[in-house]
Design a binder for this molecule. Structure first.
Ligand code: CP
Ligand code: NVA
Length: 299
């Protein structure tokens, strides 16, 4: 594994190895005895806001012995239109790895190609692989495994989060039910490429939630969509609230990648009732990403 650009390109074995490593790193906590990033500088290019991803990568890189260099788009010439392939060729000659949060997946792919250094997707419009690895780690910790479990995703059916979850289901074989408004569902073209009979898509949130062991949701307006207020109108029935959860398995857990918009995709009551697991999920960003960094530093 040279880069971590998507869940789509990972195998089940790679996902399982990363999660096993995350479990070990979490048990060790804090500074990693082997310091695999000693003497290394890792750039972090962010063209979108972040709390969890930024902090967990900065802390994780330090705990592994490296130096994180945060570069918001306003600080570097990328924000003034310098092409990603030029940025990549400069950074590739100076730093040891790069973490990128941006809009187009192609920018992350191009950065990896032109820089030649390990590159990690910290969220694009197409995927959020680091988050899904932390979510899978949380499911493993709390439910033991995803095997034999039904996972439901209620909300935007074709966002970075849902796309990464659909690829995870394809690779790992668990049942994934996505409930989304008709106009915010995965395209037929995507579903043909996914080719996963264990992934079902519906407009009925109750059907998706029925018997589910994990109920997952995310914002209705992803970063970059803030002015699409009319989009929200379609999502009313897709709120994760107590009455929807009454359909789930009695021992269900709720996941939310955060930030959460209470009163929109999730109620205050549900978020606070499930806060222990939701913030365990947030903490797991650190452990899952340290596992990614260790795997990439080994190459
Ligand atoms: N879940 C997540 O990626 O959070 P941030 O946007 O705060 O990094
Ligand atoms: N779908 C959300 C995820 C935030 C972590 C977004 O892209 O804004």
């Amino acid at each position: 594994m040279k880069h971590l650009l998507s869940i789509e390109e990972l195998s089940a074995d790679q996902i399982n190895l990363l999660l096993d490593s995350a479990v070990r790193l979490k048990a060790e906590r804090g500074y990693h005895s082997e310091q695999p990033l000693a003497g290394q500088t890792w750039a972090m290019i962010f063209t979108k806001s972040s709390t969890r991803t930024r902090v967990s990568f900065e802390v994780g890189i330090r705990e592994l012995g490296g130096f994180p260099m945060f570069l918001s788009k306003n600080d570097i010439q990328l924000g003034r239109g310098e092409p990603i392939k030029d940025t990549a060729r400069v950074l590739g000659r100076m730093v040891h790895g790069c973490i990128i949060r941006t809009f187009a997946q192609q920018d992350v792919v191009d950065f990896a190609e032109y820089s030649g250094i390990p590159t990690i997707n910290a969220l694009t419009d197409d995927e959020h692989p680091c988050q899904i690895l932390a979510d899978l780690l949380t499911v493993k910790e709390v439910l033991g495994s995803w095997e034999g479990k039904k996972i439901a995703f209620i909300g935007d059916g074709f966002s970075n989060m849902t796309i990464s979850w659909m690829w995870a289901a394809k690779k790992l074989g668990f049942e994934l039910a996505v409930a989304a408004p008709a106009t915010f569902q995965p395209t037929a073209e995507f579903l043909a490429k996914l080719d996963a009979p264990n992934v079902t898509i519906t407009t009925d949130p109750v059907l998706a939630a029925k018997g589910a062991h994990v109920i997952n949701t995310d914002v209705w307006l992803s970063m970059g969509q803030e002015d699409q207020k009319d989009k929200e109108e379609a999502f009313g029935p897709f709120q994760v609230n107590a009455s929807l959860l009454a359909n789930a398995d009695p021992d269900h857990i709720v996941l939310h990648c955060l930030p959460a918009y209470r009163g929109k995709e999730i109620t205050e009551e549900v978020l606070e009732k499930h806060a222990d697991v939701i913030f365990q999920e947030a903490e797991n960003r650190l452990h899952a990403q340290k596992a990614i960094l260790v795997a990439l530093a080994e190459k």
